[in-house]
Every structure is written in structure tokens, then in C-alpha cells.
Design a protein around this ligand. Structure first.
Ligand code: 6CS
Ligand code: FE
Length: 305
């Protein structure tokens, strides 16, 4: 059995800070970033801040189709009883539905679209597969938030992703306003790994997807990071998208407005960064949260030759 070094320790007795030892943009051995849909300026700002936004990633007609597909999934009585559906902690409403690229032809086609997979390949410098996909519904009135966290912290500790070589795209299906619980990120926070205090309980995913506890930094670390980096709020029309590095410190508030804030959320991981065993959890999470099928998404026309 081979042991993989834990470059980013977490879930111990004390909080720790570790400098990132992985690239943000994974370049071929020689030269610039791989060719792809992102411009050099966009690549540079992604590398500096840990994120980049795209206006009109998908068309208004596609947004309508995706929203209809989301409602079809939300209204499916069989799926509602399935583990892939997560219910809000304070109401009976759907909070998230996982593995949407397996549940729906429409979303299966979307994840392999060059506008998505092409950007992911460009930043990660290799073929990619989907580690996780979901729709976050954030309904009006009582849609609850997501507390501050780094996704990589969870994917490393609970899923076993060895390196920071994954990214997420959040695609707005409704307008993301400054009032309805939109995404907040601390720019530049992706360069430091916050190892969080506290062991991972067994079957943590059964509660963490409704309200995360293990893997959230303490108040003092968050306060220092917020002063150092600032906090950026991501607003945008339906159809816009934000791409962000797996180690960005991010979160979102609750939604007490009547306007739902629904987003698709897709995580791409490099095929050169596949997980083995979790680094800091009693067991693996199920495949609908942390995929174990590493088949690369087929590359389209803009693939580097
Ligand atoms: O569990 C996950 O994979 C994701 N969900 C939450 C609530 N936190 C970590 C990560 O973003
Ligand atoms: Fe997250």
C-alpha cells in the first residue's frame, strides 16, 4: 500500500495555518497557461484573487431550461426521499440536490460543455472529471446560508483529494443580488490553508450539508483573514458565473428576501489529483457527494495538441 503525504493537515486539536504549496493555475511544464476560453487577463486575475467571474456564461434560453430542470428535480417525489436531496434546517424546503449531472441529461450535457470543462482544463492543466455537482436552491424567506469554509479543507479531510488542483463554478439561475444570500469570497485567501480544529464525526455529511461545523475556522482566524484580504460579494444576473479555486475562504448569508437565489454548482478535479482515502475522517463519503468515477470529460475542439 502506498501512503500519500498529508500536505495540508486539518481536524487536529488546534487550528493551524499552512502556506499553499500547489500552483493556482497549473501550466504545462514549459510556457504559459494552456489555451482555452479564458483570456490572459482572466487567468491572471484568477491566479491573484482565486476567482474570476463570467457575465452571460449561458444564454437566457438556457437559464430558462436549467431552471425548469431544477424545478422538475425539486418536484420529483421519489427524489425528495433520496439521500441526494438535502432539506433546509429550518423548513421543509429543498436546500440542495446532489449529483445533478447523473440525475439529468440536461445537466450531464452542461458539465461537459466546453464553456465549462474547457475553462476547468485550462486552469487545472489536465483532463478533468466532476468531483461533485449540485443545485443550491436557497429559497426565499427562509433559505439558510453556508458558513465560512474552504471547500478544499473538506475535500482533503473527508474525501482524500491530495492537492489543491480542483475548482468550482457557480452558475446563477436567478439574479444573485446583494440582498438574497449571494456568495462572498476573501480575495487572496486561496494562498493559505487553514487547518481546522476538531475531529470529523462519523457520517458527518448527514449534518454538514445542512449546517457545517467541522471544517469551519474559528472567529479569530476569520477576523484576521477578513482584515487582511477583505470580502468580495458576487452579484450578477441569471446566466452569469463565478469560477473559484478550491481553497478560497467563502460563504454566504441566509436569504430572507422573497427572491430565491438558486445556483448550479459544479466541481472539477484534475484526473492527476484523484482521491484515495480521506486524510482526516473515519470513512469515505458516498459517491453522490464525492465521486469515485474518474472518467475524464471528453475534450472538445480547443484541447491543446
Ligand atoms: O461538503 C462539501 O463537499 C461542501 N459542502 C459544504 C457545506 N462545505 C464544504 C464543501 O463546500
Ligand atoms: Fe463551498
Amino acid at each position: 500500500m502506498t501512503t500519500i503525504t498529508d500536505l495540508y493537515p486539518s481536524r487536529g486539536t488546534a487550528e493551524t495555518l499552512t502556506e499553499r504549496c500547489d500552483p493556482v493555475v497549473w501550466r504545462p511544464p514549459v510556457g504559459r497557461a494552456a489555451p482555452g476560453p479564458l483570456s490572459r487577463t482572466e487567468i491572471a486575475s484568477y491566479e491573484r484573487d482565486g476567482f474570476v467571474s463570467t457575465e452571460d456564461l449561458v444564454t437566457p434560453a438556457e437559464v430558462d431550461a436549467f431552471r425548469a430542470e431544477m424545478h422538475r428535480l425539486i418536484d420529483d417525489p421519489v427524489l425528495r426521499e433520496d439521500e441526494r436531496t438535502v432539506i433546509e434546517p429550518d423548513s421543509r424546503e429543498v436546500r440542495s440536490i446532489f449529483e445533478i449531472h447523473k440525475l439529468s441529461r440536461v445537466f450531464a450535457d452542461l458539465v461537459r460543455d466546453e464553456r465549462l470543462a474547457g475553462r476547468a482544463r485550462q486552469i487545472l492543466g489536465s483532463d478533468v472529471y466532476v468531483h461533485q455537482s449540485r443545485v443550491n436552491v436557497k429559497p426565499g424567506f427562509r433559505g439558510s446560508g453556508f458558513y465560512w469554509h474552504s471547500d478544499f479543507e473538506t475535500w482533503h479531510a473527508e474525501d482524500g483529494l491530495p492537492r489543491m488542483r480542483a475548482l468550482s463554478v457557480s452558475i446563477a439561475l436567478t439574479d444573485n443580488r446583494d440582498t438574497n444570500g449571494s456568495l462572498m469570497i476573501m480575495p487572496g485567501s486561496h494562498r493559505t490553508f487553514v487547518g481546522c480544529a476538531g475531529a470529523t464525526p462519523a457520517d458527518n455529511y448527514k449534518t454538514s450539508l445542512r449546517m457545517q461545523e467541522a471544517g469551519t475556522p474559528g472567529d479569530q482566524a476569520l477576523a484576521e483573514m477578513a482584515v487582511r484580504h477583505g470580502i468580495r460579494l458576487f452579484t450578477g444576473r441569471a446566466g452569469s458565473a463565478t469560477w473559484f479555486d478550491s481553497n478560497c475562504m467563502h460563504g454566504s448569508g441566509s436569504n430572507i428576501t422573497p427572491f430565491p437565489r438558486s445556483n448550479l454548482f459544479i466541481v472539477f478535479n484534475s484526473v492527476e489529483n484523484t482521491p484515495a482515502e480521506p486524510f482526516a475522517a473515519p470513512g469515505r463519503r458516498p459517491g453522490f457527494i464525492a465521486a469515485r468515477d474518474f472518467t475524464p470529460l471528453p475534450a472538445g475542439d480547443n484541447r491543446p495538441v
